[in-house]
Design a protein around this ligand. Structure first.
Ligand SMILES: Cc1cc2nc3c(=O)[nH]c(=O)nc-3n(C[C@H](O)[C@H](O)[C@H](O)COP(=O)(O)OP(=O)(O)OC[C@H]3O[C@@H](n4cnc5c(N)ncnc54)[C@H](O)[C@@H]3O)c2cc1C
Length: 403
């Protein structure tokens, strides 16, 4: 890695999993970094994450990012604690997508992301707790699971700090200042300024809000909107305690994420929900009785033993959604903000990718490739893809974030 650089710092805005990993990678590469968040580390959407860590994507670049990231989260001791819990991930799929999934599994196994195809009898023997009436086959990712998102963000941010980064918590960036089209400083909410060489925005659903305050007109906002995602947790009956797999229930477009040994969280992977554009401030925090009923119904239909489960709690988290449900990782020169970079629009699947995203963001800001001994093709995440018809296409119809 390079030696510590003198001169103006790089300001990373947002200390969620993305910004903290970015600050860590920049500090590791010897850059002067200031990581700023208006709250505490991970107080944004990271704290509400289901934090499922899987590699099953149908875009090869994203699958490679996920595989690399899972390896990092599994062996995180050089950074801190990730809380990775290997539960395995099981996909229960309808017969009509068999060919698509088989093609995808070949790609995934080809890059080393082990995915095992299971015919129904085999799946029933291994996982007898599920109802297979509308299921055509299953896929098991034995190495996947979930991690602790707040722990990961804290580990990255504090490790960045140990490597020389400055952390400014409880401090809002109120404006980016680029009087001649290239960023020169950021203004903080107390009126003070940080002169900087570059700015990296890891500000999730709040990115356009900051751009607006920096003089970007609404018609040039990034195509990112907020969507409230309800989550419902149940206490499991004793017959379903223990380390259990994360489950994607494709026919019902829901997922079941075990937490520890006694709880299971239910969430949705229905792309239709993500078309409901909202302003972050307007996202209701109420799960609502209709959702509660439909999530309970889906869970009990798929796992009849959960009829003995007991409601534990509910909450709503926000996704920062883009039209193709993949992030925008780019410099914002076309908005008159050269030197300002962004990694936002993670569309509800950005936690598991945070090790790769931090690496890619650091490479982008530094204008160098391969400094961490590994690289990923960033060009597919360019902002211009939405105008140029190069959006990433989902191979699994109706399922969010599998593109
Ligand atoms: C319910 C739910 C379930 C999810 N499940 C999964 C999953 O299973 N697997 C997975 O991989 N991902 C999942 N995700 C998505 C994942 O959690 C997010 O993509 C990821 O954590 C986003 O991290 P971030 O750092 O980009 O954003 P955030 O954590 O939101 O961080 C942004 C930060 O920016 C700060 N900020 C914003 N504006 C300013 C400003 N002007 N000045 C200073 N600070 C500012 C905020 O305070 C915040 O801390 C889920 C998300 C939700 C909500």
């Amino acid at each position: 890695m390079q030696g510590a650089s003198a001169g103006k710092p790089i300001v990373v805005v947002g200390a969620g999993s993305t910004g903290s990993s970015t600050a860590y990678h920049l500090a590791k590469a010897g850059q002067r970094v200031v990581l700023v968040d208006r709250g505490q580390i991970a107080n944004g959407t990271t704290s509400r994450s289901s934090a499922v860590v899987r590699t099953h994507y149908s875009n090869e670049v994203v699958a490679r990012m996920a595989l690399y990231s899972r390896d990092v989260l599994k062996d995180f001791s050089s950074v801190g604690e990730s809380g990775f819990n290997r539960t395995g991930m099981l996909i229960l799929a309808p017969p009509e997508i068999r060919e698509t999934v088989l093609g995808n599994i070949a790609m995934l196994n080809g890059i080393g992301a082990r995915n095992d195809f299971m015919e129904i009898p085999e799946a029933m023997e291994a996982f007898p707790e599920f109802n297979y009436d509308d299921i055509g086959f299953a896929v098991l990712e034995p190495e996947s699971g979930y991690a602790d998102p707040v722990g990961v963000a804290n580990s990255y941010a504090r490790s960045a700090e140990r490597q020389g980064a400055q952390l400014l918590l409880g401090t809002e960036v109120s404006r980016l200042k680029a009087p001649s089209g290239t960023v020169e400083s950021v203004e903080l909410s107390d009126g003070s300024q940080i002169e900087c060489s570059k700015v990296m925005l890891c500000t999730n659903v709040w990115t356009n809000e900051l751009l607006a305050r920096s003089g970007v007109a609404p018609d040039r906002f990034l195509p990112i909107w907020a969507v409230g995602h309800p989550m419902v947790a149940f206490n499991r009956p004793a017959s379903y305690h223990g380390n259990r797999p994360v489950v994607w229930d494709y026919p019902q477009k829901t997922y079941y994420k075990p937490e520890g040994r006694y709880l299971v969280y239910v969430g949705t992977v229905d792309s239709a929900l993500d078309q409901r554009h909202s302003d972050p401030a307007q996202v209701s925090q109420d799960v609502g009785s209709e959702t509660l009923e439909s999530f309970t119904g889906a869970l009990v239909t798929r796992m009849p033993l959960m009829a003995e489960g007991v409601l534990h709690s509910t909450y709503v988290g926000m996704y920062d959604v883009t039209p193709d449900q993949h992030p925008i990782i780019d410099e914002l020169s076309e908005l008159g903000l050269s030197g300002v970079f962004c990694c936002a629009g993670l569309s509800g699947h950005g936690f598991k990718l945070s090790p790769a995203l931090g690496l890619m963001n650091a490479e982008m800001v530094m204008g160098e490739t391969g400094i961490f001994g590994r690289t990923f093709d960033r060009s597919i995440f360019a902002l211009s893809r939405f105008k140029e018809g190069k959006e990433m296409r989902a191979k699994y119809p109706g399922m969010a974030a599998v593109a």
